[in-house]
Design a protein. Sequence first.
Length: 170
Amino acid sequence: MLNRVRSILRTGDVIVAAIAVLALLLASCSGDAAETDEPATTTTTTATTVEVDAASSESDDVVFGRGELPSTIPADFPIPEQAVIGSTLVDRNRDVTEVIITYPASVVEVAVFFDTNLPVLGYTIDSSSGTNGSWTIEFSSDTSTGVLKLDVAGSGLTQSVLTFVTPTSG
């Protein structure tokens, strides 16, 4: 099962990159058009490619969100109270949910939170290791597996990408 998660993470990096390109496009659209004519054209071309790729699948198969955990994440999954949910992606074709979360704490403090709270809720910590700047936690339960990648996001801030895999039967 962990090999499946690792395989999904490799392809999931493409999805995270696509989200980043789309965010850059949206940020560049808010500037003064006279100052950004050429770069906006280049960025628009890239974004058009991303939109075409996303439009090629059925709209219900891949769902983007923001600001709240998707229903594919168990309701009792531990999230610190002061955490901010960013972009979310649910890919029903691959049974994968990805969530970007920002925490007002250090990488080590966030890692300790998950290392402490996941087992209490029935998750097994398959591995947990890292440094002050980056940490990876792999976890599993009877019904799902996941990886939480933590990285420094600024002074006193940590950002994570939570990848949650819940295989459907059939």
